[in-house]
Ligand binder design. Structure first.
Ligand SMILES: Cc1ncc(COP(=O)(O)O)c(C=O)c1O
Length: 495
């Protein structure tokens, strides 16, 4: 079992004492190409072959990935597996008979989704009769609006909805998404540019697999949503994480982007409003970043899934609308999940230049074929209807956002910038690291999350999964009373 010095198995290696830990961790050196790797995680000898760039073969790929992922201040140019030389790759695979390699290197390198993991822990505790309050799930607590549910129910009675649709989606849904996009963000697109996918996550997967090759570098502002780096790595790409902090409102700067760009850079993944920080880029920053990407000839995936959830003076703006010259290298990702409280229906889409959409459609045709026909019927009614249900939810989220922001900042050792969009607060718990809570010494936000779950029966998502150790994510898409009770329990535990 690998144990970070002084930590629990798999505990993060960032935070207090980072310098000594990174010097002691050979994989750190490999992640950043540092020379000075010393002795290491318990029981492992330092590498004798500095020329072998890439994951330490004495660690599992998951461990290597976890280590790389937990180094936020670092431009992580190492993608497990993808950066082994072909000779090293072959040697690695020769260690075991091929039939004993039960999990492929590609899939073995993926870390479990931190958000789904905490959510399932909380659900398991609830099922066991515990009174758990969950801030983990990234989904509205509201039911799907009744007219959408009714349309799906009606569709189930019609034979056409019992059968396949074209892989790219119902033509009328693709047309409605094009119309909705023009209505909501001002981006004019053809229905043929739209690919209907199994949720926004699948749209990202299709978009990234379709455009990213082995060794391509993908710029990823951190804190980032958990699935972005995993999908990039699955595609063989290299994640170049760009850490941001409260000082810039968790927004990446042009200087950072410029400094991280190399001749291997292919793409920027951009999301505003952001999961997990709630940051919203003002239009002039969206435009400046888009113009920079266009000038550099880079691709941008812009994730617009929280487009309608902005608060106060913040405004959503769509990058290809502000920078039309980017449109030929821009992929918009969106879906019905967050806007219409339809997380379980699994309908999303990507909008891309025609050649990219066609290629992604071909990929999808061999993977999932079409999205559930009945779910597409529901999505058609959702995107064709007005936005009154969204507005009702937005107002509730706004109220809860303000409550949560206030309550969190009242807790000693916790600071939280005011989220501007989506439905997440992203407080810093850094001041609490190194202290004792619930009888345990807490060295990381992962350990803090565990003690909060064990002692206060409250689920939060530790920052490590978002590339931001020392922080945690709390969704405020839950009932007002639960929200107050949950934050109160945390406050009592930390008092
Ligand atoms: C930023 C972001 N993009 C995409 C998604 C994917 O949404 P879904 O696959 O549920 O449509 C999520 C879900 O949490 C998200 O937060």
């Amino acid at each position: 079992m690998v144990r970070a010095p002084g930590g629990s198995p798999g505990s993060p290696i960032w935070g207090e004492g980072t310098e000594s830990r990174k010097a002691n961790n050979p994989s750190y050196a490999k992640c950043v190409g540092a020379e000075e790797a010393g002795p290491l995680l318990e029981g492992r000898a330092p590498p004798t072959e500095p020329a072998l760039l890439g994951p330490d073969p004495s660690f599992s790929t998951g461990e290597n990935l976890a280590i790389c992922l937990r180094i936020p201040n670092v431009i992580d140019r190492i993608s497990p597996g993808a950066h082994l030389s072909s000779g090293a790759k072959a040697a690695h695979r020769r260690e075991l008979p091929i039939t004993e390699q039960r999990i492929s290197a590609r899939v073995g390198s993926i870390a479990e989704s931190a958000t789904l993991a905490i959510d399932s822990k909380a659900k398991a505790l609830k099922a066991a009769g515990e009174n758990v309050i969950g801030f983990g799930a990234g989904e509205p607590d509201f039911p799907t609006p009744e007219h959408i549910v009714a349309a799906a129910a009606e569709a189930t009675h019609h034979l056409t909805y019992h059968h396949y649709t074209p892989a790219g989606g119902l033509p009328e849904l693709r047309a409605a998404i094009a119309t909705k996009t023009q209505r909501d963000s001002g981006f004019a697109v053809q229905p043929e540019q739209v690919l209907v996918t199994n949720g926004g996550k699948h749209a990202l997967y299709n978009a990234i697999l379709t455009t990213v090759d082995d060794g391509d570098e993908v710029l990823l502002p951190a804190p980032y949503w958990v699935s972005y780096p995993e999908i990039v790595r699955l595609a063989g790409g290299t994640v170049v994480a760009l850490p941001t902090t409260e000082e810039t409102g968790f927004r990446v700067t042009l200087e950072q982007l410029e400094a991280a760009t190399t001749d291997r850079t292919k793409m920027l993944i951009f999301v505003s409003p952001s999961n997990p920080t709630g940051a919203v880029y003002p239009p002039h920053e969206v435009e400046a970043i888009g113009r920079w990407a266009a000038d550099r000839g880079l691709w941008v995936i812009t994730d617009e899934i929280y487009e309608h959830l902005v608060y106060g003076d913040s405004r959503f703006s769509s990058m290809p609308v502000l920078v039309p010259e980017l449109a030929d290298r821009c992929i918009v990702v969106n879906g019905v999940a967050k806007t219409y409280a339809m997380t379980g229906w699994r309908v999303g889409w990507m909008i891309a230049p025609l050649d990219v959409t066609r290629a992604a459609m071909s990929l999808q045709s061999h993977a999932t074929s079409n999205v559930s026909n009945v779910a597409q019927a529901a999505a058609l009614v959702a995107v064709s209807g007005d936005l009154s249900a969204v507005e009702m939810m937005r107002e509730a989220f706004d109220r809860r956002r303000q409550t949560m922001h206030k309550l969190l900042n009242e807790i000693n050792g916790v600071t939280c910038v005011e989220p501007q969009g989506a439905f997440y607060a992203f407080p810093s718990f850094k001041e609490l690291l190194g202290t004792e809570i619930g009888g345990r010494r807490i060295e990381s936000s992962e350990e803090l999350g565990q003690v909060i779950l064990d002692e206060a029966k409250v689920a939060i998502v530790p920052g490590e999964g978002f590339g931001a150790p020392g922080y945690g994510r709390l969704s405020y898409a839950l009932g007002d009373d639960d929200l107050v009770e949950g934050v109160g329990r945390i406050a009592d535990l930390l008092a």
